[in-house]
Design a protein around this ligand. Sequence first.
Ligand code: COA
Length: 164
Amino acid sequence: MTGIESETRSAQPRAIRVEPVRTPEELEIVYQIRREVFDQEQHLTTWVHDYPEDGAGLNVLAWIDGEAVGTGRVTLWGDEAQIAWVAVRKPYRGQGVGRAIMERLIRWAEEQGARTVTLNAQTHAREFYRKLGFRPIGRPFSMAHIEHQFMERELHPVQTKGGQ
Ligand code: COA
């Protein structure tokens, strides 16, 4: 077990910071986490560079004590926001990191004036998204050999447009 993992399992909760990705180096960390979770862990895809969407919208990184521990992305299509690539590195799950990432992405979408937010949830994570206010639409379907569920949540757009 590494020092980091042993700290993670200690009782003391640690502060989670979720920040917009601002530099090419930070975007490379996003790709490392996507690779670690969606390729090496889940064997879902080896393709983690998702353009042109990665160049638009908002990518975020979650940080604990200077360590990048999770990521997520939101893009806009008219007044619909779409969330994708939400991943928390395995040793850091179950500590509120995923929720913090989602809340940041949703806040940004509301600031941009989005009225709904949608995503394709892996069905094992349905409950995670349900707790964040998402409801399933339609039936589960298979994508890259993993069962998914389309989900949606209404938003309350706020007036201040633009800020990250
Ligand atoms: N099943 C049921 N409940 C879950 C859950 C799961 N798989 N994952 C999280 N939850 C619940 C937590 O218990 C917590 O509930 P609470 O608020 O009542 O305490 C709440 O959701 C928030 O959990 P959190 O600790 O913020 O989640 P996390 O940091 O572990 O992140 C994932 C959740 C899904 C992002 C993470 O497990 C992950 O990266 N998985 C692999 C990649 C993946 O599947 N991503 C989703 C692609 S659609």
